[in-house]
Design a protein around this ligand. Structure first.
Ligand code: TYC
Length: 102
């Protein structure tokens, strides 16, 4: 039996493998059309950023072309990307949101 010698037989202890999940960056990409206020709102609403941090990230994307919104496990990152892309499309903005393995 495994982990049970109450019946007196051989106990083989298997070492449990605890592997940390792969993490994924969620990124916003710059474009010429999406309003700055809309991007700031997205960072507040979907990435739980305060107003000042949201503006800082938005301006970073505006000036550098790309910026990090957060780091998440695969499923959470995928959900964030889908939520942002759906919200941008509904408002007819060309904003792009992507994920990449760290
Ligand atoms: N470049 C846009 C503008 O000048 C603002 C913007 C910032 C758009 C960040 C997208 O991810 C973005 N209105």
């Amino acid at each position: 039996s495994d982990n049970n010698d109450s019946d007196g037989d051989v106990v083989t202890k298997t070492r449990s493998r605890t592997k940390r999940p792969s993490m994924y960056r969620v990124l916003l990409l710059n474009d010429d059309y999406t309003p700055m206020e809309f991007v700031t709102h997205i960072l507040e609403r979907f990435f739980n950023k305060g107003r000042e941090e949201a503006i800082r990230i938005m301006l970073h994307v505006h000036h550098h072309g790309v910026g990090e919104c957060g780091v998440f496990t695969y499923e959470v990152a995928e959900t964030k990307v889908t939520q942002v892309m759906d919200f941008a499309r509904r408002h007819q903005h060309p904003l792009q949101c992507v994920m990449e393995k760290k």
